[in-house]
Design a protein around this ligand. Structure first.
Ligand code: HAM
Length: 383
């Protein structure tokens, strides 16, 4: 790498015309951000922001080993261990833990932070990305998840991405929790089990079983029950695998979620998928991930319920239910390009004002000023 090269996994955003097709277009980023903003405005969410640098401890507390491993972290000049923001959720939980009492619940907030993770770069995965976050705080019921899932589907619809192109896989960690508890696994192993099980797609059932039995010391029979849960093809199947009745709250909740999303008109986007558990340690209930149906790209977005994160930062008084999602800007751009759905969004000017010669310059500027005052976009020729 040469001294002035761009770091791998980072992007320069060029205005059109972009010098090379592999470079990122600023116009695409703006198009995406404005589409996200249009959706959140329709859902009545308020925008918040936080610092791009946080204490290392904030992420270590609950994000999970994978994210912690990917953190850009260092000691600052005040000898504090700090990390670049890898995701927005810990920042949001910290902000709410400190100020929840000042807000009427439910709190509906969104943000579009830039995040940094030292990942292996590949199509749709960089070392920095922008991530649209929508989170609902203070609503324990499944209606919160429904609101978020319909917002994701509404975004896809707006951009012409139909349910034939993308889907949203939904599952609930609560059911897995019941299965694990029934099998006698100590409560404190639950998150570790979820993190292992999240690798199923990448490493296969054999290797997952091996990790469950060897790394987490679970009995082989328990590992089998867990793997059986992950293979369930419907909510009913899952209930059967775990030995739960249809009226069990975890099962009934999932069914209601699908019914409500269908009533909203976005049921076609949703699939039940028992193998989705998500890699982040803090999720406690429904979890979901959007994916391309051709299976060529990494996850488009991901989220779920995390009812115990704020408690970690603010203590027992902060037992506040949360759920939300993060939707990155990289995979969706690849998808929109693949399907020819990325419009040429680069802004154009209404008028060009050019002086005939230097003596006409003051008059040209006067004309430009007057047209700009009237709201037109004017390109004033400089020579
Ligand atoms: P996550 O699954 O780690 O969840 O990331 C969410 C989304 O961010 C991914 O689906 C992807 O679109 C994007 N993303 C993540 N890493 C990268 C990367 N290296 N390059 C490009 N895009 C990436 C979270 O971050 C949770 N905090 C989401 C959440 C919000 N859960 C509740 N509220």
């Amino acid at each position: 790498m040469k001294r002035h090269d761009r770091l791998p996994g980072f992007r320069d955003f060029f205005p059109d015309p972009v010098p090379h097709p592999d470079l990122a277009r600023m116009a695409e980023r703006l198009h995406l951000f404005s589409s996200w903003r249009k959706v959140v405005t329709r859902y009545g969410f308020r925008e918040y922001d936080g610092p791009p640098l946080e204490t290392l401890e904030l992420y270590k507390a609950k994000s999970g080993a994978e994210i912690v491993h990917q953190l850009y972290h260092f000691e600052d000049k005040g000898s504090r261990e700090v990390a670049l923001r890898a995701e927005m959720t810990p920042t949001l939980a910290r902000m709410i833990a400190a100020h929840a009492r000042n807000y009427k619940k439910p709190i509906k907030w969104f943000s579009i932070p830039q995040c940094w993770r030292f990942e292996t770069t590949q199509r749709g995965r960089k070392r920095e990305h922008y991530q649209w976050n929508m989170d609902i705080v203070g609503e324990p019921g499944i209606v919160a998840e429904v609101e978020l899932l319909t917002a994701v589907a509404t975004f896809f619809k707006r951009l012409g991405v139909g349910p034939d192109i993308v889907g949203i896989r939904v599952n609930s960690r609560k059911v897995l929790d019941v299965a694990i508890t029934k099998a006698g696994v100590p409560r404190d192993k639950f998150e570790k089990v979820c993190v292992v099980v999240d690798k199923l797609d990448k490493i296969g059932a054999e290797a997952v079983k091996c990790m469950l039995t060897e790394d987490l010391a679970l009995p082989s029979q328990t590992a089998d029950v867990i793997l059986q849960c992950l293979q369930a093809s419907s909510v009913d199947d899952l209930a059967k695998a775990v030995g739960l009745s249809q009226s069990d709250p975890a099962i009934a909740e999932l069914k209601t979620l699908f019914e409500l999303c269908t009533a909203y008109g976005v049921g076609d986007y949703l699939d039940f998928d028992a193998s989705v558990v998500r890699g982040l340690a803090y999720y406690t209930g429904v979890v979901f991930e959007a994916f391309d149906r051709k299976g060529e790209l990494r996850a488009i977005c991901g989220g779920g319920r995390y009812d115990r994160l704020a408690e970690l930062y603010g203590g027992e008084k902060c037992q506040i239910p949360f759920c939300g999602f993060g939707f990155g800007d990289c995979v969706v751009v690849e998808l929109l390009k693949d399907y020819g759905l990325m419009p040429d969004a680069s802004p154009s000017v209404d008028v060009v004002v050019a002086p005939f010669d230097a003596t006409m310059q003051p008059h040209a500027l006067k004309v430009a000023a007057s047209l700009r005052k009237d709201g037109l976009s004017v390109d004033a020729a400089l020579t």
